[in-house]
Ligand binder design. Sequence first.
Ligand code: HEC
Length: 105
Amino acid sequence: MKLATGWLALLAAISGAAQAGSPVSGKDAFEARCSACHAESGWATRVLKRRLPGDQAVLARRTGLTGAFVKVVVRHGTGSMPQIRKAELDDGTLDAIARYLEGPK
Ligand code: HEC
């Protein structure tokens, strides 16, 4: 039992280190750069609720989002969402955000 607990602690330490080593977490970047508008009660969520059902309006919970769609929307803007240029959000960070939104929720 003691040995098993030790292994779990070691595994947790290793996976923690792997996460710290990656340049940016998509979730953190989304929260920093998008959730001012796209949080549960954000302006964008309210706008999207006018034409999308419930959970689909909350990007962090929507299923079926593709990374390619997210990138096009961010770089070109859509409806009342302004475009976000490379100078404001670099490609690497946008990639991480797109992977996070595309992934399983
Ligand atoms: C200034 C507020 C604001 C910020 C910041 C913002 N958005 Fe938006 N976003 C909106 C609004 C408003 C809409 C709805 C546009 C419409 O349909 O009129 C939208 C729509 C979208 C859509 C399209 C959803 C759909 O189904 O049509 C995606 C994808 C999206 N945003 C991704 C992002 C990502 C990723 C970020 C961060 C990099 C981000 N947005 C930052 C305001 C914002």
